[in-house]
Write a protein that binds this ligand. Structure first.
Ligand code: NAD
Length: 261
């Protein structure tokens, strides 16, 4: 019997087969969950629908998380279709490309607001909107990156957004604890996705990561999916408000090994 048998999961943030959301969807499918998928807009539809179909998912809904009415509409459809849900996954982030290169102090007011709205507030808004639908024993997950706690050149405003996202995870964990729903964040190492391609110098960072991480391997969306199973299943029944690193151990390093024996 799968670890998520009998559970219903809604996954937000599928863009294509490289998306972290796709690694999560496949892992959840393997463990027996019923899956619903949401994507940002019309332009992604032709990529997302065949993927959803390939895992037998027929709840595929468009939702631009910057629009309250879109969120309300997905909640209403999910309620009609599933009644209650057990797992909510937020795998969404966005900042303008110009904000993801050069000095952080060049961040515009508008760019700052946009990154915070799409990458952070949307997590709070989705959690609130789905709150009445969450079954006790359920789990809410978001995706973060270690640029929240240490400087990653060019990550800039997204680092600030991820710090706020991780703090939001803790505050939501407190709120949702009352209904026995857990809220956690997965901090993934760099993965080649659409979102990552927007960060200046990503390729160089990707290579350096492999050299510096204790396990000397870059991580995959499958690795994130497997961690998401743990954090969404009863295996982690007493874990909430945490940032769970899936990064080949990169975050523990203070100085690169550089071949020192
Ligand atoms: P991705 O581009 O596949 O996913 C990002 C998703 O955000 C896309 O599906 C996009 O459509 C969605 N999105 C953007 N604006 C939206 C809006 N207004 N409404 C609804 N959806 C919107 O890239 P990914 O790397 O899979 O990113 C998923 C999450 O993982 C992000 O939060 C990202 O910051 C985080 N993350 C990524 C990495 C990495 O290296 N790829 C590492 C750690 C954390």
């Amino acid at each position: 019997m799968g670890l998520l048998e009998g559970k219903t999961a809604l996954i937000f943030g599928l863009a294509n087969k490289n998306s972290i959301a796709w690694g999560v969807a496949q892992a959840f499918k393997r463990e027996g969950a019923t899956i619903g998928i949401s994507y940002a807009g019309e332009i992604l539809k032709r990529r997302v629908e065949p993927l959803a179909e390939s895992i037998g998912c027929d709840f595929v809904e468009e939702c631009d998380v910057s629009k309250d009415e879109d969120i309300e509409s997905v909640v209403a459809k999910a309620k009609k279709r599933f009644g209650k849900i057990d797992i909510l996954v937020h795998s969404i982030g966005f900042a303008n490309r110009d904000e993801l290169r050069g000095p952080f102090y060049n961040t515009s007011r508008e760019g700052f607001h946009l990154a915070m709205d799409i990458s952070v507030y949307s997590f709070v808004a989705l959690a609130r909107a789905f709150q009445p639908l969450m079954n006790p024993g359920g789990a809410i997950l978001t995706m973060t990156y270690a640029g929240s706690v240490k400087v990653t050149p060019n990550y800039n405003v997204m680092g600030i957004a991820k710090a706020a996202l991780e703090a939001s995870t803790r505050y939501l964990a407190y709120d949702f604890g009352k209904q026995n729903v857990r809220v956690n964040a997965i901090s993934a190492g760099p993965i080649r996705t659409l979102a990552a391609a927007g960060v200046g110098g990503f390729k160089t960072m990707y290579k350096a990561f492999e050299e510096m991480a204790p396990l000397h391997e870059n991580i995959t969306t499958e690795d994130v999916g497997n961690a998401a199973i743990f954090l969404s299943s009863d295996l982690s029944a007493r874990t909430t408000g945490e940032v769970f690193y899936v990064d080949s151990g990169y975050n523990i390093m203070g100085v690169p090994g550089m071949g020192i024996e």
